[in-house]
Design a protein around this ligand. Structure first.
Ligand SMILES: *Cc1c(COP(=O)(O)O)cnc(C)c1O
Length: 353
């Protein structure tokens, strides 16, 4: 039996997707998906579908956006965003390690104003009291902080282009997606295997910086070439397409959001109820529905709890080294049954401790 996979990324994927992807490795229209040309009609069909499904799920079809699947991970987007959009000055919200890394890259291209940061308290909350000046080229932030387990609930109200790293909560919940000018997400957190990064960009924001942009880093070039300027990551895009189809067949983001809320309620309910555990994020409003961070009050129970977790068949529950404790990542494909198993294990520790 497969383990209950709470890993923060690469993520758990639907069984149905794994089966179809495995079948396609052996035979995809009489070749292996690993062998087909990215210029073949079959793969062009996959790319078109993967792009169309991403826009459709987010309600952005026909609204002036392009969808790209690029290499280089979300980390590449830290610099591509600034390369393509930062002329003089940009505003950034610092809510975690990934924000910090995005800020570092952006500083290579222009002035960066960090409008607020929760770094001083190891990022255990989302700053809310800040203003974004009207004279910046854009405002950049993360919706979900994978490492610390915080999540922005509302879309910031600003008068400048909104640029967002949604790597770890894309396709997990509704947002006012039309308010965003560029959304990017590494596929491996909630959509597929590692290797492809989804970039959704509003065409009208491009072409405004004066610098020369190398072709591979230029969104316009990738849009003109329909995300095939160079050989795209064929298999990760195929698997992502399958996941987006699975999501659509079951009822889309509205459907998964209800299940994600249920899973988060189960885990946080137990963290709050069980006297042995404490949550890392104190303000309930800031708690991530994707990554729940928590720890044991009494560290001497660590070995026993770890053994119970292992015995229950739970994988990937260790917290990131910068937070410690535990992190339950509850991405779209993680079943309610997996979460129930974790909750039961926490209860069992309380009963036997
Ligand atoms: C994992 C992660 C990244 C980095 O993604 P790579 O694809 O490994 O570059 C960036 N931002 C967030 C929010 C993440 O969770």
């Amino acid at each position: 039996m497969l383990k209950y996979n709470f890993s923060a990324g690469p993520c758990v994927l639907p069984q149905e997707v794994l089966k179809k992807a495995a079948d396609a490795v052996l035979n995809f229209n009489d070749l292996s998906i690993l062998e087909i040309s990215h210029r073949s009609k079959d793969f062009i069909g996959v790319m078109d579908k993967a792009q169309a499904l991403a826009l459709e799920h987010l309600g952005l079809t026909g609204k002036g956006y392009s969808a790209l699947y690029l290499g280089g991970g979300a980390s590449m987007q830290f610099l591509m965003v600034a390369y393509n959009l930062l002329e003089k000055k940009a505003a950034y919200l610092n809510t975690g390690t990934w924000s910090d890394k995005a800020i570092k890259e952006a500083r290579l291209f222009g002035e960066v104003q960090v409008v607020a940061s929760s770094k001083e308290s190891n990022y255990n909350y989302i700053p809310k009291d800040y203003t974004v000046p009207d004279d910046v080229d854009y405002f950049h932030f993360q919706t979900n902080n994978t490492i610390f387990g915080t999540q922005l609930q509302n879309t910031p109200d600003v008068n400048v282009p909104l640029i967002c790293d949604m790597s770890s909560d894309i396709m997990s919940r509704q947002r006012d997606f039309e308010k965003y000018d560029l959304i990017y997400a590494g596929a491996q957190k909630n959509m597929g295997p590692a290797g492809a990064t989804l970039v959704i960009v509003k065409d009208e924001i491009l072409g405004k910086v004066s610098r020369q942009i190398p072709s591979m880093l230029n969104y316009k070039v990738h849009i003109e070439k329909e995300s095939m300027f160079n050989t795209p990551p064929v298999f990760p895009i195929y698997a992502t397409m399958l996941t987006l189809e699975w999501l659509k067949d079951n009822g889309g983001i509205d459907w998964i959001e209800k299940i994600n809320n249920q899973k988060a309620d189960m885990v946080y309910g137990e963290i709050d109820r069980n006297p042995l555990f404490t949550g890392f994020v104190k303000d309930k409003e800031d708690r991530s529905k994707m990554n729940a961070t928590f720890s044991l009050h009494d560290e001497s129970l660590t070995e026993r709890f770890n053994a119970m977790v292992k015995e229950a068949g739970i994988n990937g529950l260790n917290g990131h080294r910068s937070v410690g404790g535990y992190r339950a990542s509850m991405y779209n494909a993680l079943s309610v049954e997996s979460v129930q198993t974790l909750v039961d294990t926490m209860k069992e520790l309380e009963r036997t401790a």
